[in-house]
Design a protein around this ligand. Structure first.
Ligand code: ADP
Length: 320
């Protein structure tokens, strides 16, 4: 079943601002899904429509099997909004308990649930301190615990790692993976593309109220898959299955040229390696590469704007 299955979502604010112009979104149960897009793309509007906070102009489809726009599904949705602020006089434990009460978790179950979640997010020792004493990362962890208190099937997290230091970001990523292991669906909305790339099973790129691309990062970057062969003492141009490929000097390794062969098949590059070795060149590196999510994002958004600067949308790729 799909956790979110939406088509033709449009939203025009006050009869004039077209925030969404026919977005579709398909999020499978039990996956981490990244919702990406530049500022003003319509991501928050889409999330608010899913949360039934904003009424769509048109929308078809379901959230957790319930028609979009009905509040019935919300009992099974957990939400961490962006820039959330908890009442400053509360402790972390009280915040999670408070959200449990709002989420109508029966009091008898709430105690145990709160303790379990503080443990899950690594905040048990800090639970009795006021939220004012917390770092940004700790506030986010308490926010995630609060979003999980009603045992949701779908967890919607808005910028969960924004303003959090690298160690805290990794901890939050691990938490997302744990939430997925528990069988929940995670919809994460972030501008930190590397963060999303590390955890998301699939992503959608939204721009100017439309879905530009949707799929796994692997699928969306398929055309950019390649092998890179680094060799010292190689020729200026190497014959490969894809025709001649120029050797590009490696800025970090003097004398090493990198040949970028546009293929995803390791068998395709064996003849090129043989040829290099036969010429007496020394192969120092062989690796698969593809566009990063950031390259894909910039390319999709710039292409869409139709005013790509020469070279701006070219991929330099991320070696893997
Ligand atoms: P994102 O979250 O991707 O930055 P938003 O959904 O916040 O995008 O905004 C999409 C567009 O809708 C923007 O042009 C924004 O100015 C407009 N918009 C958002 N909320 C409102 C509102 N309440 N009233 C009028 N326009 C809005």
């Amino acid at each position: 079943m799909l956790a979110i299955d939406l088509q033709n979502v449009t939203k025009t604010y006050r009869g004039k601002v077209q925030a969404l112009r026919g977005v579709s979104l398909r999020v499978a149960e039990g996956e981490i899904f990244g919702l990406l897009g530049p500022n003003g793309a319509g991501k928050s509007t889409l999330v608010k429509i899913i949360m039934t906070v904003v009424r769509p102009t048109t929308a078809d489809g379901t959230v957790l099997g319930v028609p979009i726009g009905t509040q019935e599904a919300l009992a099974r949705v957990g939400y961490l909004p962006e820039h959330h602020r908890f009442p400053q006089y509360l402790t972390g434990r009280q915040v999670v308990d408070f959200f449990g009460a709002l989420g109508k978790v029966p009091r008898a179950q709430r105690r145990a649930r709160v303790e379990e979640l503080l443990e899950v997010v690594g905040m048990r020792d800090w639970g009795n301190r006021r939220v004012t004493t917390y770092s940004k990362g700790m506030q986010q962890r308490i926010g995630i615990a609060a979003a999980l208190v009603n045992d949701p099937r779908l967890v919607v997290l808005d910028e969960p790692t924004d303003g959090v230091d690298p160690v805290g970001r990794r901890e939050i990523r691990d938490m997302l993976l744990r939430i997925r292991r528990e069988g929940r669906t995670v919809l994460v909305h972030s501008h930190l593309l590397r963060e999303v790339e590390m955890v998301a099973d699939r992503v959608a790129i939204i721009n100017q109220g439309q879905t530009l691309a949707q799929g796994t990062v692997e699928e969306l970057t398929r055309d950019s898959h390649r092998y890179e062969i680094g060799a010292s003492g190689g020729p200026a141009s190497l014959q490969t299955v894809a025709g001649p490929v120029a050797g590009v000097p490696d800025p970090e390794r003097p004398g090493v040229l990198t040949y970028s062969v546009p293929t995803a098949q390791p068998t395709d590059i064996q003849p090129a390696i043989d040829a290099l070795r036969a010429m007496g060149a020394v192969v120092v590196r062989v690796g698969r590469a593809r566009e990063s999510l950031e390259d894909l994002f910039v390319r999709s958004v710039v292409d869409e704007r139709g005013r790509a600067m020469p070279g701006a949308a070219r991929s330099t790729g991320a070696p893997r």
